[in-house]
Ligand binder design. Sequence first.
Ligand code: ADP
Ligand code: MG
Length: 410
Amino acid sequence: MQTFMERFAAIYTPAVLGAAILIATTPPLLGYGTFSTWVYRALVMLVIACPCAIVLAAPIATVSALTSATREGILFKGAQYLEAMGKVRAIAFDKTGTLTHGRLRVTRIMALPDAGATEEEILRLACAVEAGSAHPIAEAIRREATRRKVATSTCGTTTRTFSVIEGRGARAEIDGKMVYVGNADLFGGIDYLKTRRLIDASISSDGPLIFVGVKDFVFGAIWLADQARINAPETISALRKLGIQRLVMLTGDCEAAARNISAAVGINETAHGLLPEDKLEQIRSIIASHGAVAMVGDGVNDAPALAAATVGISMAAAGSPAAMETADVALLTEDLRKIPYAVAMGRRMILVIRQNVFISIAVKVGFLGLAAAGFSTLWMAVIADMGTSLFVVFNGMRLLASPKNSQALS
Ligand code: ADP
Ligand code: MG
């Protein structure tokens, strides 16, 4: 809107100046009336046409709204993203680290008897591979290894052979073998795991279930528990009340874990088992069907989706540096309720700017009419002009206060 106003002013201002000069000079030169009458009329017209209020309509409101959002711990990389927040019709959420704390806990380790490994061995291998990873799963494994005192020298330093398998897991060479840690897709899929009697057990998991093994052979599994953020259900219902048409959870995790968390937070549309590029694809299709879409993520395996969304929101407090870079908005707290707040704030900002533009144009047009009919004096014009400018400024500054309807949320 502001960009539009600036373009408008760039044409409007010189046009009005030109018209004023013509009004002041042309009629007297042609012999109609005196110069003093026409210069006075040109001045009245200039004062009325002064675009102060129109030019101020957007910036004051924008700065006030951004200030207010920043005080709440929501950092916008530009006002256009706040405007876009006011227009979003769909919001997609990442699961791990976004809807959940992402502070996972290892709940169970299972070593398959035929693999000849112990629980400690499974944990040690997993920890050695994950030494180089910043994924919440890796952190949980390192914590558990420390707790059970299996942390050895191999577990703590990144090996040269470490590599991330995006959205699936990681691998590294340990004791001369390439060891894989990650979801079922890394190990010949569900069918293989069924024959190893691992999948049945996974159905009851309330967090990610990961496997440890070499390329075609699983040694064991590690169950992790994750918890939905305490504010997540409240956030989802607040967004529904705000009329957001579509709320979706996108996760790379397995179906069981996805179902658990979506039920806990009250989202009824989920897509699971997604790779980073699948999340991107989902965002593109939501954009195609709903127009403006916001994506909330922590940047671990969802940076491409954050970048593709109309507004990418990162959980900066919990998120990765990648999320901070690609996102348009950063939440400086881990409080998800800032999202409905941002939607409400964006809508209020749009409304205030529209009011400002409407009032200033209406007053200008009205007074130009009066002036043309010869009813307006210079002091009336000055009052009308200053009046609208002040109105626009004060109306914009209302946004410094928190929106009433989201007071309950903050
Ligand atoms: P989400 O979309 O829920 O945030 P991710 O896309 O980050 O989840 O991860 C999807 C799945 O890939 C995880 O549930 C896990 O099974 C596997 N995974 C990803 N990274 C790792 C890792 N570093 N170690 C083990 N498993 C991983
Ligand atoms: Mg995540």
